[in-house]
Design a protein around this ligand. Structure first.
Ligand code: UDP
Length: 463
């Protein structure tokens, strides 16, 4: 398709896997519609551009007069996530402004900037100075975005200082969330967290439009809620990774082949796939509970243990000696997998997940039931929807995790008790397929989005 021919979109992803992946998927969607895409990326976590030959990458240098990259100093990896994001926003504010100006000066065909909602303060002023329209990508679900939007109200009503006795109360302002599902996180900088979350919402409301990686049939009520409160157009065009232009043959490394070979040897729908995404970490004692729970369930499992996933350790050394050997072929420990391929494999029977939004959508698209152990922010909201609204998963609260409970939940999700869940999974998978057909809701919204972006004057702020 050629609609966008001759027009350039500049993208500014947040440099974390769960934010970068959907931005790249969106870039492919725009590229398929004829736009060219330049990606401005922080020097921190700079990707290998040879993996993304369709796009131009530019590095945004860090802003540190001393020359040393503040994002790679040794203490950064142990920082709390909120402090880390604060540092990112500070470090790249001015360099981003300069990079955007250089890009716009170089190219007269730039029609808009698409940026991750978390960057808002960095982008607003810079884009407006240059007369560039801003479109926001929210990489989380719309339900959790609505919960973020409700934070000022919830704070006024004292919900944010939660008493243990009220954790299971329904929050009537944001049903079906309970107090324990509110999108908060443990941090030394709670005010900064509040600022980031509320900034995201304000930034979206003052942008030219919001692009969401979701689909109408999945989050209809939340989409109605956000549309009724916001003056800007909303484009739910997801799931991004299932658009044709994103279904790519993947290059496999040796580990991927080994994983696939192992999966090929398992019974259909028998394997528990365990992954807590790219950011969450756990304590050693939690690793042990999970390990024993998996072993005692006697189900085959594939477990992603990222280096750094277990605080203070390199990889699996906190497991009792001989544990991995005793598991043998019954379980497989890996450092990273191609999750899309794993979830699509017929041997996978359940996904034990932290409920990050990408993982949630990817599981829905493959019809895989979930075991939900959310760790922070929007993951709590996603888990509530998975369990109580879509009914495609079982809750396994992190604070209540012990090896007996883990064993019980793992057995029940794979056995007959999981059957109602499996039917709902199949139904939702089908709905995800339907929304991407030519006359499906996401396809129609994508047409509207392309026409909308085409209506922007290049390098000029429309009135
Ligand atoms: N992922 C992957 N391999 C892994 C673990 C995760 O490819 O071993 C991908 C996963 O497919 C998803 C992303 O990393 O696209 C994680 O995003 P999500 O929003 O689920 O969680 P986050 O990492 O942001 O907490």
């Amino acid at each position: 398709m050629e609609e966008g021919k001759g027009r350039k979109i500049i993208m500014f992803p947040l440099p974390f896997v769960g934010h970068f992946n959907p931005m790249i998927q969106l870039a492919r969607i725009f590229h398929h519609r004829g736009f060219s895409v330049t990606i401005l990326h922080t020097s921190f976590n700079f990707p290998d551009p040879s993996h993304y030959p369709l796009f131009t990458f530019r590095t945004i240098p860090h802003n540190n007069a001393g020359g040393e990259d503040p994002m790679t100093q040794p203490d950064v990896s142990s920082m709390d996530l909120v402090a880390f994001i604060r540092l990112l926003r500070q470090t790249y504010a001015e360099p981003f402004r300069q990079s955007l100006a250089a890009e716009v000066g170089r190219e007269k065909t730039v029609c808009c900037l698409v940026y991750d909602a978390v960057w808002v303060r960095n982008t607003e002023v810079a884009a407006e100075e240059l007369g560039i329209r801003r479109m926001v990508l929210i990489t989380q679900g719309v339900a959790s975005f609505c919960a973020f939007a409700a934070l000022p109200l919830l704070r006024d009503k004292n919900y944010l200082h939660i008493q243990a006795s009220r954790l299971h109360e329904l929050v009537t302002e944001v049903p079906p969330l309970k107090v324990k599902d509110l999108p908060v996180m443990e941090t030394n900088e709670p005010e900064e967290f509040y600022l980031i979350a509320t900034d995201m919402v304000k930034g979206a409301n003052s942008s030219s439009g919001v692009i969401c990686n979701t689909f109408e049939d999945l989050e209809r009520l939340s989409l109605m809620d956000i549309s009724s409160k916001s003056q800007v157009p909303i484009f739910p065009i997801g799931p991004f990774h299932k658009h044709n232009d994103n279904v790519l043959p993947t290059t496999k490394n040796i580990e991927d082949h080994v994983t696939t070979n192992w999966l090929n040897k398992q019974e259909p729908e028998s394997v528990i796939y365990v992954s807590f995404g790219s950011l969450a970490d756990i304590e050693e004692k939690e690793l042990l509970k999970i390990a024993w729970g998996l072993r005692n369930s006697e189900r085959p499992f594939l477990w992603v243990v990222r280096p750094g996933f277990v605080r203070g350790t390199e990889w699996l050394e906190a497991l009792p000696s001989g544990f991995v050997e005793n598991i043998g072929q019954k379980g497989k420990f890996v450092k990273w997998v191609n999750q899309l391929e794993v979830l699509a494999h017929s041997a996978v029977g359940a996904f034990w997940t932290h409920c990050g939004w990408n993982s949630t959508l990817e599981s829905i698209c493959e019809g895989v039931p979930m075991i939900c152990t959310p760790c922070f922010t929007d993951q709590f909201v996603n888990a509530r929807y998975i369990v109580d609204v879509w009914r495609i998963g079982i809750e396994l609260e992190r604070t209540k995790m012990d090896k007996k409970e883990i064993e019980r939940v793992l057995r029940s999700i794979i056995s007959k008790e999981g059957d109602g869940i499996r039917e709902m999974c199949s139904e939702l998978k089908e709905r995800a397929n339907v929304c991407l057909r030519k006359d499906g809701s996401s396809s129609k919204y994508l047409d509207k989005l392309v026409n909308y972006v085409m209506s922007f004057d290049s390098n000029a702020l429309a009135s």
